[in-house]
Design a protein around this ligand. Sequence first.
Ligand code: FAD
Ligand code: NAD
Length: 477
Amino acid sequence: MSNKYDVVVIGAGPAGYVAAIRCAQLGLKTACVDKWLNENNKPSLGGTCLNVGCIPSKVLLESSELFELASNGIAEHGVEIKNAKLNLSAMMQRKQKVVSELTQGISGLFKSNGVTAYEGHGRLQAKNNIEVTGHDGKAQTLEAAHVILASGSRPMEIPSAPLDGEFIVDSSAALSFESVPERLGIIGGGVIGLELGSVWRRLGAEVILLEAQDEFLTMADSQIAKEGLKLFTKQGLDIRLGARVVACEVKKGKVEIEYQQKDETCHEKVDKLIVAVGRCPNTDELVSPDAELILDEWGVVHVDEHCCTSLPNVYAIGDIVRGPMLAHKGSEEGIMVAERIAEHHAEVNYDLIPSVIYTSPEIAWTGKTEQALKTEGIEYKTGMFPFAASGRARALGDTSGMVKVLADAKTDRVLGVHMIGPHCSELVAQAVIAMEFGASSEDLAVTMFAHPTLSEAVHEAALDVSNSAIHIARKRK
Ligand code: FAD
Ligand code: NAD
């Protein structure tokens, strides 16, 4: 087989595998190189997302929520379950089954689309040659007219909490604990801290989150973040803000943590400690020095709005470039780059990337936050609707949270939608679609929504922008 390709993709995470499939669909001869090995030392496509990220974390979030509901959450529905018991090993086996079905699914998609998969480490050399070193150490060179770099990211490490793989661990290991830790510490009160903290709290751990910043969830709308902090604290997550970890030591099977909070030195002792302080791009072994790719000081590949790098016909997408580290953002970049290689017009709308935190209640948003609008001096109107006033949320018995719509004061165009509540991961798509089509709050307000649905909260929040929501008290003028 010839080693000459129209496109070679390095990395088969959600950015790279999607790019490879779309390239092949467009008639380009495409190869994808990936080096992931799973816990059985077998190649496994899908990158962080499928192997140790989005998918396994969501499986455990679903399973742990069912356990919590069965233990004490559904008696109010008149359903009594006596002695709900946790079988952690069965829960983990199910998680692994979902992961392997999906990762094998990517292999199937590669075959059916005609993408050639190479297992091993890919490194870009000068003149768009890619050296592939297989897991057996054997090297071969691929020639590519176009190269797409999609090597993803890995957990960031901090010197004050060195990982030991047993007591002080990263998010990947925290998806596979063999027993529920009695006391679990987490450094970082961001997305991973909250999601994995929720999983282990529901399964019985006492969870302490140490967050360096004084504010909670700074990337979210501050009103939604405040509501989240109140609800998560009520659930039992012990969230300590302004807490900077200074040192950690493993002594007699426990992790002793020293941290600074408001000029005070504090101590904690936990059974396991998860370090979840962000992720860094996998770019250190990606390019040989003679290829002269421009990276910033954090190793992020410099790209323009179309993901073109400093090298001709070399693109970079996903977690190794600017923007939020989200699977769907990388996938959309992959599709855009494939289309552009095929000389079609394609863009990514970076203003409308949806964000979701899969806690219970879920937090989701798209567009601008209220604090961003204030900083930018944009005049806006606000509409809000609490799930407590939604018939469907009442039927679910899940009434916490609200939907908030922000619209331009002059044009009424929707600028941001923020929500915390049941199934917000699904509801936010309505906001993204509306905003993608340039909707005004009135457009949403005159649209018919089925009753009784949680979506009606989006409708009512849009109606509330003009003080016309039906199911909440009228604002005084
Ligand atoms: P990756 O998924 O990291 O894939 C990169 C691939 O490239 C890997 O297979 C890697 O082995 C391979 N590779 C690296 N270097 C080379 C090389 N030199 N040669 C060959 N192969 C190479 N995002 C969401 O949108 N929603 C979520 O719910 C979500 N949950 C998450 C939960 C957790 C616990 C974590 C850790 C992350 C989560 N994320 C989530 C983030 C999401 O997983 C990442 O944003 C996404 O996987 C990035 O995609 P990518 O294709 O850029 O990189
Ligand atoms: P994050 O950026 O969401 O949160 C990291 C948190 O750690 C921040 O709040 C930060 O202030 C804090 N922090 C940093 N250094 C610290 C220190 N020394 N001590 C205490 N706190 C410290 O990062 P993450 O939770 O590690 O997640 C990594 C990436 O994966 C994120 O970019 C996220 O978008 C993605 N992810 C997404 C989802 C999702 O979409 N649902 C789920 C998990 C992960």
